[in-house]
Design a protein around this ligand. Structure first.
Ligand code: KG4
Ligand code: ZN
Length: 405
C-alpha cells in the first residue's frame, strides 16, 4: 500500500497547475475521495469543492455481457478484485496520496448489497486507518447533482451567474435501476413527483437488446441500431397511465417488443443468432439487420414519447419550474436528449396556445457523468457537507440496499 503515501507530481500538468491557481481564490478547498460500487462499475474519483474533477476512474465489468444483465455474485467478486487498482490509478492521476485528501465519500445505497459492501468497507477502512472523515451518500442524489460537475465553482457564484441553475428544477433521473422525477428546490431539498411502477427505462433498453440477441448494456447498442431504423414500423404502446399520472411503466413496451420478435421468428422475418450459428444466408442477414434496427427505432420512439409527455405534464402543473435536468445512464441517449431539449428550449414550452415559456435544459457536462461514476458521489457529499458539516465523521458506513432519497 506504499502508493497511498507517495505524492506523485507530474511536471507541466496543466490541470494540476489550474487547480492550484483556482484553489488560491478560495478560503478553504475540500478534496473528496469518493467510491461508488452500487452495481457493476468499480468507480473511484477525487473532486475538489464539489465541482472540479481531479480524477474520475471507472472499471467496467464486461463479464456480464454474456448474461444480458448484471450477475450479483460476479459483480461482488470483481469489485473486490478491482477497487485497489482503481484507487491507485485515481490517486496517481490526481498526483495525490490519501493523506492529501480532506474527506472520503461512499455510496451507502441503494444498490446490490454485495456490491455496495466493497465500497463501504474500503472507504471505512481508509477512514479509520488515515483518520479521515467519511460521508455516506445516497446514489440517486448523486445522479441528481451530477449536473454540477465541471460547471464552475460553488456555492454562491454558481447560483448567481447568468445562465446557471435557478431553482426549482425538474430532475428526470433515469438509469438501469431507477426512473424518477423530482422537484428540486435547492441542491439538497428534493421532492419526488413520480417514478416507475415496474421496470426502469434503462432496464427496458437492456431487455430489448437481450431479446434481439444484442449485447449488454443494451442502451448504447439499441440507440445505435435505432439510428438506422424506421421508428414508425412498429407501434409499441405509450403507457401514459391516465391524465394526471406522473408515474411511468415500461413493462408493457417490453412485452410488446417480445411479442413482435416472437411473431417475426414464426414468419422467419427474424432469426435469433446463437453463438454456434454465426453465419446466416445473405437474405436472412439483411432481413435480420432491418428488423433489429426497426424494432430498436420504434422502441426508442415509444420511450421518447413517454418522457416528453411526462415532462410536459410537470412543466404545465408547476409553472415556477425554471429548468429541466436529465441525468443517469439513460441521459446519454441522444434521441431522448434532443426531444426534451426541443420541448424546453427552441420555440419554448407552450402550456397553452397563448403562453410560451423558455426552460433551461441541462444534461451532465460529460457522458462519463451520466452513467454510474464516483465523481457524482463526491459532488453530492460536498453539498451535504456544506449543509451540515456534522454528517462527516470518522466512522464505519453500513451498506443499505434500500436507502431512500
Ligand atoms: O446510471 P447507470 O450507469 O447505472 C444504474 O444506476 O443503473 O445506468 C446504466 C443504464 C443501463 O441500463 C444502460 O443500458 C443505460 O443506462 N444506458 C443507455 C444509454 N447509455 C446507457 N440507455 C439508453 N441510451 C443510451 N445511450
Ligand atoms: Zn446509477
Amino acid at each position: 500500500m506504499i502508493f497511498l503515501f507517495q505524492k506523485k507530481q507530474r511536471k507541466g500538468d496543466e490541470r494540476f497547475v489550474f487547480c492550484e491557481k483556482v484553489k488560491n481564490s478560495y478560503a478553504e478547498s475540500v478534496k473528496i475521495l469518493a467510491f461508488e460500487t452500487s452495481c457493476d462499475d468499480t468507480a473511484v474519483a477525487i473532486v475538489e469543492d464539489g465541482t472540479r474533477v481531479l480524477s474520475n476512474i471507472r472499471v467496467s465489468q464486461v463479464e456480464h455481457s454474456q448474461f444480458g444483465g448484471v450477475v450479483p455474485e460476479i459483480a461482488a467478486r470483481l469489485h473486490a478484485e478491482n477497487w485497489k487498482g482503481a484507487l491507485e490509478k485515481c490517486l496517481e492521476e490526481a498526483s495525490l496520496t490519501v493523506e492529501d485528501i480532506d474527506m472520503i465519500a461512499v455510496t451507502a445505497g441503494p444498490g446490490l448489497q454485495t456490491s455496495l459492501l466493497t465500497g463501504t468497507t474500503a472507504a471505512s477502512f481508509l477512514s479509520q486507518f488515515f483518520h479521515k472523515k467519511i460521508i455516506p451518500v445516497q446514489h440517486i442524489r448523486g445522479h441528481i447533482n451530477s449536473i454540477i460537475l465541471d460547471r464552475g465553482p460553488l456555492p454562491d457564484s454558481f447560483l448567481e451567474r447568468e445562465g446557471e441553475i435557478q431553482f426549482p428544477v425538474l430532475v428526470l433521473t433515469v438509469s438501469g435501476g431507477h426512473t424518477d422525477m423530482f422537484l428540486q428546490s435547492s441542491f439538497t431539498d428534493i421532492q419526488r413527483l413520480g417514478g416507475t411502477l415496474d421496470d426502469a427505462a434503462g432496464e427496458a433498453f437492456d431487455k430489448c437488446a437481450k431479446m434481439l440477441g444484442l449485447g449488454y448494456p443494451g442502451g448504447p447498442i439499441v440507440s445505435r441500431e435505432a439510428e438506422k431504423g424506421d421508428k414508425k414500423r412498429f407501434r409499441f404502446p405509450r403507457p401514459y397511465l391516465g391524465k394526471e399520472s406522473l408515474d411511468f411503466s415500461f413493462s408493457g413496451i417490453k412485452a410488446a417488443v417480445w411479442r413482435e420478435i416472437e411473431a417475426a421468428k414464426e414468419t422467419s422475418t427474424f432469426k435469433l443468432q446463437t453463438s454456434n450459428e454465426k453465419i446466416l444466408n445473405q437474405i436472412q442477414h439483411d432481413q435480420n439487420e432491418q428488423f433489429i434496427a426497426d424494432v430498436c427505432a420504434s422502441f426508442e420512439q415509444a420511450v421518447v414519447d413517454v418522457f416528453v409527455k411526462k415532462v410536459a405534464r410537470v412543466l404545465s402543473r408547476y409553472p415556477e419550474v425554471k429548468a429541466v435536468h436529465f441525468t443517469g445512464g439513460v441521459s446519454a441517449n441522444k434521441a431522448i436528449r434532443k426531444a426534451l431539449e426541443d420541448l424546453c428550449v427552441g420555440e419554448g414550452f407552450k402550456p397553452s396556445r397563448t403562453e410560451k415559456r423558455k426552460i433551461s435544459f441541462r444534461v451532465p457536462a460529460k457522458f462519463e457523468y451520466c452513467t454510474d461514476n464516483a465523481a457524482m458521489i463526491a459532488a453530492e457529499a460536498f453539498l451535504q457537507y456544506q449543509k451540515n458539516p456534522e454528517i462527516a465523521q470518522v466512522q464505519f458506513v453500513d451498506a443499505n440496499p434500500r436507502l431512500g432519497v
